[in-house]
Design a binder for this molecule. Sequence first.
Ligand SMILES: [Zn+2]
Length: 229
Amino acid sequence: MKASKAHIEEIGRIITKHRSSPQVTLIKDLNPVIRGWASFYSKSDAATVGELSKQDNLTYLKLRRWAKHRCGNINDGHIKYWISIGDDNWVFATREGTANHFRLLKHRQVECSSTDYVKVKGDKSPYDGDTVYWSKRLGTHPQMPNRKAKLLKRQKGKCPWCGLYFQEWDVIEEDHIIPRALGGKDEYKNLQLLHRHCHDRKTAFDLKEIRKKNHSKFLEKLSQFWEKN
Ligand SMILES: [Zn+2]
């Protein structure tokens, strides 16, 4: 079995090769590589869910660059190349039809769907339980202020957007649940922590809502104008 690092490098090479290919071609090339590595890895003694999630996150970061390169900015990239399927708000898939879209496998899903003996263990966050432990560890860290530590506790170590536990290598960002532009306040109860990639995705949705709102404000003003005149 290839080491994790060699595996993600291979994914990177495939994504680079397909800079200008259609999304479906990229997915078809990536899926066998992901399936192969994840199913071997799941049976190894060292297998953990955390490592599979890590591979998914690293893959995402490479795809994010790919999408940004193609669309000029990442918000359009997210809207164009990622969709929601069932509970998963975060699927890299083509949009053609609901039954026919091609979706990129996740390393975690390969493990879940395997009928073989699976040794994967430890679907747990370092942030979910022992508050004292991690607030001590992170609260004093300049990059993890106390507010973040409190939010982590309130969220029980989970990201509300994707439902997965935060892991130590994740980039975690603060988000306004109701965006400021839609009247959300900058206060504790309107804040949540999200993975950076989930935050990107939520921002794309928020922007759509904000545009809708601005549009209806505009119509309101217009009708006021007509009533007056
Ligand atoms: Zn998330």
